[in-house]
Design a protein around this ligand. Sequence first.
Ligand code: SOE
Length: 386
Amino acid sequence: MTEQQTSNEGKRPELGVAMVGHAFMGAVHSQAWRSVARFFDVPYRPRMVVLGGRDAGRAAQAAERMGWEEASTDWREIVERDDVDLVDICTPGDSHAEIAIAALEAGKHVLCEKPLANTVEEAERMVAAAERARERGVYSMVAFNYRRVPALALAKRLVAEGRLGELRHVRAVYLQDWLADADTPMTWRLRKEQAGSGALGDIGAHIIDAAQFVTGQTITGVSGLTETFVRQRPSDGGMENVTVDDCAMFLGRFSDGAVGSFEATRYALGRKNAMRLEVNGSKGSLAFDFESMNELWFHDGEEAPETGGFRRIVVTEPTHPYVGAWWPPGHVLGYEHTFTHEIADLLTAIGTGEQVEPSFADGLRVQRVLEAVENSAKNGSVYRQV
Ligand code: SOE
């Protein structure tokens, strides 16, 4: 943190923030709202005005614990409040479109958790609302936080600088294992009407976005395969049907000629949050694994073979993306910092009047890939244009 960053803090105007939802994402977003203005020279000081939740008691408890001034059970009232300038949506996907559109129409900036929506149709309506709002100086962003891992932002920089040359392969996996036990109880993430899809939308969406972000290319067509291994799970003393995929795999083509393979699963026993990306180009390669998120592996194909090979870059230098705002080299960052970075970029964009990425339009692009994978999988893995 620089001297200038601390000395400005008191003078910055307040931005009233409301958040809807207070589970895992709510907790990590709260942490980011609390710390962002202390570490980044953002143009506003967020005021954590109100936290929304369905159950009054639990919402009040969460508000107290996470540092929100008050709690409410009515998101419609929240988005209309004069002291709220921005609405942060951390609810399951089935309510994203309704809350985001209402907030944008009420003139509030919106940060919305991923995936943007449960269907392409909802995502299209959200993009239309975001575009109308944009004309009135109201901004929106979809929370693909892994773009703000310093190592992945550095990977993007290396690709954009041409250090990898022409891109040929993208290899992306997102491996978790929290469903590997067939007795793990039912959750909203396994109900299609609430979650939209399973591993595909929950974690597959992250690797789709990260791959497009790092390569600067869009996915133009896919051939997909999905599977549901455990079709019923314990719920309220009985069993309930699982209505989403447990794993999704697909091959994809990119807009500038690269090809990719993708795998998202919650059954990779022993893998907790292995979000991995490898890119091979004509001049170099890079590799990343979130379980070692402060490292990026880089192979410079133009080096002499005697000394070449994958090198581990410890991404903690002040010149690395976002890192200068934090600790001295070698003092590593964690999952929660990616959300602080995301919110820092959002606040800066609101201040400068620029569209921040990933925009709702970027979220829609991911949604179209998800839909194409599902359609392809349903039709015997036939190739589908995105
Ligand atoms: C659950 O699979 C989950 O919490 C995702 O929903 C998040 O987006 C990911 O960052 C971690 O895993």
